[in-house]
Design a protein around this ligand. Sequence first.
Ligand code: ADP
Ligand code: MG
Length: 231
Amino acid sequence: MIALHNITKSYQVEAMSIPVLKGISLKVDKGEFLAIMGPSGSGKSTLLNIIGCLDAVDTGSYRLDAEMIAGASEDRLADIRSRKLGFVFQLFNLIPRVDALRNVELPLIYAGVAPKLRRERAMAMLQAVGMADRAAHTPAQLSGGQQQRVAIARALVNQPDVLIADEPTGSLDSKAGHDILRLFDQLNAQGLTIVMVTHEEDVAAHASRTLRLRDGVIERDECNQRLARVH
Ligand code: ADP
Ligand code: MG
């Protein structure tokens, strides 16, 4: 599903070019749950943003399904993001002024789905993440874990091929974080491909595979025992 070949990426800082990714090659199959780990500054978020078509590579190739991503225009990237990818962030990034249902409906509004159908689909998605009874609550009326559930419902309402998650439990206490990871486990068991950045070993233990970055290169890439899956 995802195929990166020899990706490089630098940032320009005060006329200096700072290399951040130094030749990353990676294949992720449909149905995998990949955790990207590594020290702070090792390039995890940069790699995730490239996989998520939020950022462009300098050199190398990237294929997502049948689409060639490297070199694509911003319009095409936006189209691919909205059709194929769902995003979950550490700080939830919900719209504060509208309720949970409206937050989940948002991607469907952009996609031009008719009001009745989009309300049904958003409600079904809230149901799937265990938040149907909070549909009329605004983010401020929800706990962090509940907000992240709503954010996951929003990320999945367009039925993306891949869920992209950057430190999805980073703002949650351990109980709420564990509940979110169990939801990821369920979604992955239903076939959803997940690519998640984390710096916590017990979070990465939920994934089927762990990639370890160091200084912009892959240091290790290994299958997990999935001990954390035995609840
Ligand atoms: P991680 O997520 O592993 O902590 P990042 O991918 O966020 O690492 O960052 C890798 C390196 O790139 C860091 O040294 C960071 O300071 C730098 N960096 C990230 N984004 C930018 C940017 N937009 N401009 C300049 N430097 C950046
Ligand atoms: Mg990061």
